[in-house]
Design a binder for this molecule. Structure first.
Ligand SMILES: [Fe+2]
Ligand SMILES: [Fe+2]
Length: 407
């Protein structure tokens, strides 16, 4: 099988990317495309607008939503420590040990020895000229041929670059014709003109309120931004897509609310983003981790992920900040004497943009100017839900309500 490999930031996905995939498939050089949204791109390390999981799931939903055939979105870079150089990604992808889900799902044997696979690295012709300056270009060519897109009438330097790569590195370069409009992700986000963004991508962006003021993370330190990106990559291992994006959305919203209420934005971003990290761990593990943070305070299955999360980030990520750990621990229940940070994460969890379990408009609007009132409204909705389900509220929640004058 001839496999095209297309890497990029996809921040956001646009029609130019789709045209690239479609044209490459039409070229006849390849049978399928593996799209790899970058995790730690050497050119844009931590400078992408969105952390990796958003870009991965955005591409996945786009490919599925557009019904693109023979296109597979791969998370292979999540298994690579450090910078995901093209040569490193290709070494892993082409190794006999790595299982390419797309191939195995389609009943195609994974090992090169069993069935011959040929790999092609898909790229724009504009990057062909600089290819020899990439990290270990010779190694890249050991794993894959280059498959470069050329726009009609835009092929002046292509033959020169092709000849130079052949002469200096001995690699194979194939050229294919690119049909479609030229666009750029950064131009889309800076102009706010999303007309070249496919419909499923746009839906994804709207659902999670991406590329907005909140996701710019103004006032957040570079260190916290980096920690946020790395936390997102770390959580990819432990959470399914929907929950992972929820918990990251809470990070963005918490940072925004922190800005409004004079709270530390860095802490709010990290506490919010990590609040649900333990939720999909085996329940016994959650119980044991919860115990280590808060003794026997929380034992109910639905609640323990909160204090388990505090232990999890402390032990796996080395986060020692008590403010952050407590905000994670009490995000489900609240408690008496809550800090502003705890209120923010508690609230953001219930109203982040992708939440739609009830009409959240009034609480979202209140959250912009009166934190305590928004927390009260949220707690009241929770109280009603518990009542209708005949459930008892946790004593720490009752204490929070007393503090807020609700009881
Ligand atoms: Fe939670
Ligand atoms: Fe949550």
């Amino acid at each position: 099988m001839k496999i095209g490999v297309y890497g990029g930031s996809f921040d956001p996905v646009h029609n130019g990317h789709i045209a690239m995939i479609r044209s490459a498939l039409k070229s006849g050089f390849i049978d399928c495309v593996i799209v790899i949204p970058s995790v730690r791109n050497s050119f844009k390390l931590y400078t992408n607008k969105l952390p990796p999981p958003y870009r991965f799931y955005m591409m996945k939903e786009t490919v599925e939503g557009m019904g693109l055939k023979n296109v597979f979105v791969s998370d292979i870079e999540y298994g690579i420590d450090g910078v995901s150089y093209t040569s490193v990604v290709l070494a892993k992808l082409t190794s006999d040990e790595y299982i390419i889900p797309f191939l195995t799902d389609n009943g195609i044997k994974r090992k090169k020895a069993e069935e011959h696979h040929e790999f092609f690295w898909i790229m724009g012709s504009d990057t062909l000229g600089t290819f020899e300056n990439w990290y270990k270009p010779g190694e890249i060519l050991n794993y894959a041929s280059l498959l470069a897109a050329v726009r009609p009438g835009d092929d002046t330097d292509v033959e020169k670059a092709k000849a130079s790569i052949k002469k200096n590195l001995g690699g194979k370069v194939e050229i294919f014709r690119l049909d479609g409009i030229e666009c750029s992700s950064s131009q889309i986000t800076s102009s706010g003109d999303y007309s070249q963004v496919p419909e499923p991508t746009l839906e994804f962006i709207k659902r999670h309120a991406l590329y907005t003021e909140n996701t710019k993370l103004e006032g957040v330190s570079d260190e916290a931004r980096k920690q946020f990106f790395e936390a997102a990559v770390w959580m990819y291992r432990y959470l399914g897509g929907k929950r992972l994006l929820h918990t990251l959305n809470v990070g963005y919203l918490s940072a925004h609310l922190a800005g409004l209420y004079g709270c530390d934005k860095d802490k709010a971003l990290i506490a919010g983003a990590l609040h649900d990290c333990a939720k999909e761990l085996p329940i016994e593990q959650q119980l044991e981790m919860a115990k280590r943070y808060s003794g026997d305070l929380f034992t109910e299955k639905k609640i323990i992920h909160s204090s388990a999360g505090a232990t999890f980030v402390k032990e796996d990520l080395g986060i020692e900040d008590k403010d952050i750990l407590d905000a994670i621990c009490y995000h489900t229940t609240g408690r008496g004497n809550m800090t502003v940070l705890e209120k923010i994460v508690y609230l953001a969890d219930k109203i982040e943009p992708a939440r739609n379990y009830m009409d959240l408009g009034p609480i979202r609007e209140t959250a912009e100017h009166d934190l305590d009132e928004a927390v009260r409204m949220t707690a009241d909705a929770v109280r009603n839900k518990f009542k209708s389900q005949g459930r008892e509220m946790h004593p720490v929640t009752i204490q929070m309500m007393k503090d807020l004058g609700m009881i």
